[in-house]
Structure formats: C-alpha cells, structure tokens
Design a protein around this ligand. Structure first.
Ligand code: TNX
Length: 563
C-alpha cells in the first residue's frame, strides 16, 4: 500500500464590501511519502505533525482506495461567508461517531447526516452524546443567527456549531458537499472519506430562500415532492412554495368543499388523471419539509386561475353555470365572482382549512394575471380576502400585481417581472416597497426555472425569453429593482411552473443547474458573486447529481468534468 498525504494550501478569503481578496499559496500536489523523505520532513515541526497525522489517517485504509485530495473548503454552493483552509484533513472511518447534543432537534440532524453517510461509507457511525472527536453537532451562542453555522475541520474531527438546529442542518449540507460525490450513492463505495482542514463561517444574506413547485398544471405525488425537497435542502433553500390550485387542477382536499379536489383535481394539462393531496398527505409533505428545515408556503391562486374551482361548483360563477374542466395552457380567462357573497364563504372556508393544516407563517393568495377581473373588482376582492388570511393567523403573500391594489400591512409581494416590464409597473412595486411591503424576487427572465435554456432545449416555455445558466445567476437581488432599498428585499424564490413538465426528470432538467444559482443569490454575500469562479464550483457539482440520479442540463456555459 502506498502511503500518501495531501498538503492543503492555506487559503484565506476575506470578504470586503465590494470584492473578495484571496491569497493562495500554490497548491502542492498530493505526493507519496517515501521513507527517504521522512527524515527531510521531520526537520520542521509542522511537517512532523503532518506526518504523524497522515500516518494515523492512512492506517487501515482499504487497498482499493483511490488516491484523492479532499475537496477544497471553498468549493461549496452556496458560497460561504468566509473560508479559511489549512491544517490536516479529517478522515471519516469505521470508528467515527456522530456526537450530538442531547435534544430531539439536534438528534434529528445527526440522524439525517448518518442516513446520508452510512449507505456509501458502509460505516456504523453511531449517534452518541458522549466523548469527543469524530463529527460533532453542537448548539452554542455565537454570531450565527437563526440559520448560520461554523464548521471546524482538523485531524481529530469536524465540529459544526450553530445557535439553532437549522444552522446545524445547513452546516451538514456544507459537510456533505465537502465529501466526495460518491458519498451520495446508496451502495458501499471506496473511500477515503476526507474533509479538508480549516474553518468555514457562514450565514445567509436573505431569510427567504424559496423554490416554488406548480403541482396544479401537472400533479406530482408526495414522493416526487419529497425528492424535490431533498434536492432543495442540499442548497440551503428554506421555503417550499406549493402552487396548489390553478385552472387545470385543484390539488388539496378541502372538507367543506369536497368537489374541489375530487372533481377539480381530476385532470391536468394534456388531459391526464391529475390528482390531489389528502389532508394527511399534505401534512406528510409539511412534516418532511420541516425535517429538512423548509417551511411550506401553500398558494391558493385567486381571483383568477380558478377554473378548476369554478368547474367544481356552479354557484361560484356569476352566471351560475359551471364551465368544463380545462386541460390547456392559456392563462387569464377565469375569475371568481367578486360580487357574490358565496365567493367569500368559499374563500373563508378554504383559507381556514389550509391555514389549519400549515404550521408555517405564510399563505399565498396568488393574484396574478386576473385579466378577467376588472381593476376595481380586483382591489375590492383583495381588500376582503387579505384580512381573512390575517384572521387565520397567516401573513399574506401575493404575486406583485397585489401592489396595484392595497397590500395589507405586513403583506409580501412576489415580483415576477422581466427586464422589459414597464417602468410604471416597476415603479408601482418600488412604491409599495418604500411603503413597507417587502419583496420576494422571482424575475421571470432570471429564475423562472420553466423557461427554456435555449431555443433548442425541448422542455419549458419561452415567454420570458431563453434563460441560460449565466443569465440566471448574474444579477444582484439587492440592487435589482430601481428605487427599491435592499432592506425591502426579503429574499429570492425560483418558481417551477409545470405546463410542459410531468416527471421528476423533467423538473430536474429545468432546475439543474439553475436552481443552485438562485440558492446562492439568496444565501451568499454579494461580495462572493463571480460567474467565472461560480461556474467552476457548479461544474464540480455534476458528479454529485450523477450519484443522486438527478437529471440536469449540460449547459455549454459550464466547464463540466468529462462525463
Ligand atoms: C406566468 S408567474 C404565470 C403562470 C404560468 C407561468 C409560466 C405567474 C404569477 N403566472 O400562470 O404558469 O407564467 O411561465
């Protein structure tokens, strides 16, 4: 067996207001330690330590193990706030323990980590609350905020410290990305399982880092949604917005209006069978999301995008006649009947039931493309509906058309315009922002994951143009909309509309590789933003997606490793 060690370059990255300074000593290649070299190495104390550590590291290594260097600490997506590389890597072995604080929340993060590491390493990795060394997950007071963490890696172990369990969970995602891609596989793989030495300190730029999934145009099962949740968690996304109703389908059981789901949910774009979540299934999605530290944001879109509801109950229509179910892809043709009282009974019942099922803070009421509702009716409708959301204890989110009416105090507006959106419309959004309406940014020509990458990519729509990977990444949420102060931006969300998408592979092909970029815009300091270094980090994710079975678009803009 050949012994080897990796000498880790000492890299210090300091974030300044406007740019990153990086001082990197040239990387020394991994080289075998031959006996005659030892005497030379022992001249320096540092080298002595290194040799001792390396000896410990390589003992007991399986003969088939390839030689490989640890993944550099700064290769993570989203880019961390600060990275200091150096020192001996930690090696996960069959003797490694996962040490957790003795609380259910920390144990849960530890169990989650163990479930990722056990199948591929083949190690037991028992959870324990005793001893030291190994992988340690601990809560402590510090400058971490609600979601930040610190990761320290050295010869004896890796410690992730955070103030809250969410911070530990995000730190675990970082640790995951520092391990070889093969760690994601479900069968035993050869090691070594090295984590580069050094320290990462990290916390998010924005509190709201969302992804939306349209389960209305095509229905996606609980298992498919869970799969997407797992993919979101890897990039520290913390909100799952579910678009639960639209013209083509109603996807959540409502006890007081049962035909919404049983009839309104019975089809989808293209005429397939559709589907809906029972209340227990929805609770299961919420529970699973929470176990990945994502908050579910349910959306019931109104007053437009309501054909499935109008088809289910004739009395909701102004003329009392139920339209047929709809399986096409046009928008803007349906509206609840704003002047009928029963509309507000319906809205109250639906919001009450959805709010009761949802532990999260938010309830999204849509409000986009209400082309069949007059502006006066639209404003009157929103004036009545927003207080209902508040009455059931939730914060309103609406698509940014809500800023054309009277956004309630504390309501959030989700901006989905384009570069070419009129100045007047942008100014309307900016005015609302200056008056206290906080914004979630989802510019369609940047982070609509359903837009085609190029004219030649088969899936997706193109109404907002073609959105290649660089275009999707290269914008700054903090200065994106004119006259909107950075403090008005609560975060970034990447929506995935599904008119053309009906399988998990479809979803993934559109989300990857753009989703990690949206996640980075939401998490990383603006000072880390740099396409040229980002595209290298992005390329390095591909083997991980392969290991996870995630389909992705091999954009020619990204220097992928040879397949
Ligand atoms: C616009 S964005 C819509 C959706 C479509 C999407 C397709 C928004 C609030 N409304 O109804 O599915 O474009 O890209």
């Amino acid at each position: 067996m050949r012994r080897h060690h990796s000498t880790t370059p000492r890299t210090t990255r300091t974030i300044r207001a406007t740019r990153i300074t990086r001082t990197t000593r040239p990387t020394r290649p991994i080289r075998p330690i031959r006996p005659f070299r030892l005497s030379r190495l022992t001249r320096a104390l540092g080298a002595l330590l290194l040799v001792a550590a390396t000896g410990a590291l390589t003992m007991g290594a399986a003969p088939a193990e390839p030689r490989r260097a640890a993944i550099p600490l700064d290769q993570v997506i989203p880019a961390p706030v600060s990275v200091e590389s150096g020192g001996t890597p930690y090696r996960i072995t069959s003797g490694t323990h996962i040490r957790v604080d003795d609380t259910p929340e920390v144990r849960q993060v530890g169990t989650y980590l163990a479930e990722i590491l056990r199948p591929s390493t083949g190690y037991r990795l028992p959870l324990t609350t005793q001893g030291d060394g190994g992988i340690r997950l601990r809560l402590a007071k510090g400058p971490y905020g609600a979601e930040g963490y610190r990761l320290d890696s050295g010869a004896k172990g890796v410690t992730i410290t955070a103030q809250e369990p969410a911070g530990l969970f995000h730190g675990v995602q970082t640790l995951r990305q520092l391990l070889p891609a093969a760690v994601e596989k479900k069968s035993v793989q050869p090691g070594p399982w090295l984590v580069a030495g050094g320290t990462i300190q990290d916390r998010p730029r924005y509190a709201y880092r969302g992804a939306m999934l349209d389960v209305a145009r095509h229905f996606f099962t609980v298992e498919q949604v869970k799969r997407y949740i797992d993919q979101l968690a890897l990039y520290k996304i913390n909100k799952l917005h579910l678009h639960l109703s639209d013209d083509q389908g109603w996807r959540i059981a409502i006890d007081s209006w049962p035909r919404l789901a049983t009839y309104g949910g019975s089809t989808q774009v293209g005429g397939g069978p559709g589907g809906y979540y029972t209340k227990d299934e929805y609770r299961e999605i919420v529970r699973y999301a929470a176990s990945r530290h994502l908050e579910v944001v349910p959306e019931i879109d109104m007053p437009g995008h309501t054909n499935a509801a109008l088809a289910s109950y004739a009395e909701l229509n102004c003329d009392g006649v139920a339209p047929p179910l709809y399986t096409g892809t046009k928008v803007g043709f349906s509206s609840l009947c704003v002047n009928k009282e029963i509309t507000y009974d319906f809205v109250d019942d639906v919001i009450r039931e959805v709010a009761a099922l949802t532990p999260g803070r938010y309830l999204h009421i849509g409000g986009d493309e209400a082309h069949s509702t007059s502006p006066e009716d639209y404003a009157a409708f929103m004036d009545r509906v927003q207080p209902v959301v508040a009455r059931y204890g939730k914060t309103v989110i609406g698509w940014h058309q809500l800023t054309g009416a009277n956004p309630a105090k504390g309501a959030l507006a989700q901006y989905w315009g384009l570069d070419s959106t009129s100045e007047a419309e942008k100014a309307q959004v900016a005015r609302a922002a200056r008056n206290g309406t906080r914004l979630i940014l989802s510019p369609a020509d940047r982070v609509y994951l359903d837009m085609k990458y190029t004219k030649d990519t088969p899936l997706g729509l193109a109404w907002a143009g073609h959105v290649e990977v660089q275009r999707s990444y290269d914008w700054n949420p903090g200065s994106y909309l004119p006259d909107v102060p950075e403090s008005a931006v609560l975060g970034v969300e990447a929506p995935l509309w599904t008119e053309t998408l009906s399988t998990s592979a479809h979803l993934e092909t559109m989300a990857f590789p753009r989703l990690p970029g949206a996640a980075e815009l939401g998490w990383s300091p603006a000072a880390t933003h740099d396409w040229d270094t980002y595209k290298v980090r992005l390329a390095a994710q591909a083997p991980r997606w392969d290991a996870l079975g995630i389909a992705y678009y091999r954009s020619p803009q990204v220097p992928w490793p040879a397949a």
